[in-house]
Structures are given as structure tokens and as C-alpha cells.
Design a protein around this ligand. Sequence first.
Ligand SMILES: [Zn+2]
Length: 178
Amino acid sequence: MYKPKGYKVERLNQKNIMQKAASLRGAAQHFITLDTGYFDLGEFVCYLLDNNDILFEMQIVEDELTQEEGIAIPSKNGIAMPDHVFNSLMDNQPRARFTVAHELGHLMLHEQKVYYLNGIDSWHHHEEDSEWQANMFAAHLLIDFEKAKNLKTADQIATQFGVSMEVAMIYMKNIKRM
Ligand SMILES: [Zn+2]
């Protein structure tokens, strides 16, 4: 049985989440390489930093101010991330890319809808879990399903889409199930 990691939220299956990630990829198409499907999330975040009122608000905070890798702020429709995550994102490091994509997932999926039943300890289906949903969103934001279908190995997915091997391997399993 799945051990919930987040809060219980409105249930969404993989297909629902994939559609929402695809709509953001559509809005950000200028940052996606046409032939490979690679999403330049660093460039996209820089664009958001320069254009505060569009889509999402981005904020960089000093490392000392937070223990978190990234924080979604639904009331501002924005994300705060510490210096080191931003710097790693600019270096296109898979972990930072996934962290920021995950926080975007919380903004796109959870707005005000997070309800704190019994908090983290409540047992619920994984499709109702805020962390499972945000991770699924992050994977589908960074990885183009149509292009990934044609790839044979997790290694190829990791390289082509700039995700970690761990994420690529989980994704491969999911593709086979779809
Ligand atoms: Zn999260």
C-alpha cells in the first residue's frame, strides 16, 4: 500500500495531471526545443522573474532564510527558491529542475484545494496525495510523452529531457502502464 507523503487533495489520475502539465508546456512553448522536447526551465524561470505579472511570480531567497528546496506560495501564485537551487537550475541540474517543476505543480494543481484532514498521517489513495501529484506533474512537465514513447532506455530519457536517472526510471515504468 502507498504510504502518503503529502496532504489529501482532490483526486487526480496520471492522465488528468499529464493534461495540465501539457497545457503549461503549451504556454511555455518558446522555451521548448522543437525536435527533442527539452524544456529549458531555467530560461523560463528567468523570463518569469523579468515579467512579474505573467503566469507565476518567482522569488529568490537567500540560502540562510530557508531549509526548503523550494516553496510554493499559492496566495501569490508564486514560488520562492533559495540561491543554491536557482544557481543549480541555471546550470540545468536535474535535481533543481525537478524541484522547481514540482513546486509549479503545487501551484497548478493545489491552489486553495489542500485540505488538512489529519495532515500527513492520514491514509489516502496515492492519486489523492499532494506530493504524488506534484511529482507526477513535474515529470510530465519536463518529459514530452509523445517523444519519450520512442525512447528505449531510462538513460536516453534522462539525457534528452534533463531529468535524473531515478525520475527517468519511474517514468519508464509509468509509460508501460499507460
Ligand atoms: Zn511538494
